[in-house]
Design a protein around this ligand. Sequence first.
Ligand SMILES: Cc1cc2nc3c(=O)[nH]c(=O)nc-3n(C[C@H](O)[C@H](O)[C@H](O)COP(=O)(O)OP(=O)(O)OC[C@H]3O[C@@H](n4cnc5c(N)ncnc54)[C@H](O)[C@@H]3O)c2cc1C
Length: 51
Amino acid sequence: MKLVIIGAVAAGTSAAAKARRNSETAEIIIYEKDPDISFSVCGMPYYLGEQ
Ligand SMILES: Cc1cc2nc3c(=O)[nH]c(=O)nc-3n(C[C@H](O)[C@H](O)[C@H](O)COP(=O)(O)OP(=O)(O)OC[C@H]3O[C@@H](n4cnc5c(N)ncnc54)[C@H](O)[C@@H]3O)c2cc1C
């Protein structure tokens, strides 16, 4: 099985992790347009608030 996931962060990496748990042999590729595969979006207000 070959799985291509567009977009990482929460949903994409969750889908990839679930797919890997379901199949150890699946070929899983994630495309993410940003340089970081995941970051804490929820922490953004604290970062911007310099807390
Ligand atoms: C300020 C703020 C505070 C939040 N606080 C909380 C909280 O306290 N608790 C909580 O549960 N949730 C919170 N959330 C919501 C939570 O962050 C989001 O629900 C979560 O990030 C959604 O993840 P996602 O993977 O669905 O989408 P996204 O985070 O939007 O990720 C989608 C990814 O896909 C990539 N992408 C899009 N199009 C393409 C393409 N064509 N090719 C390649 N890559 C592509 C994007 O670059 C992006 O990285 C908060 C969100 C914000 C903005």
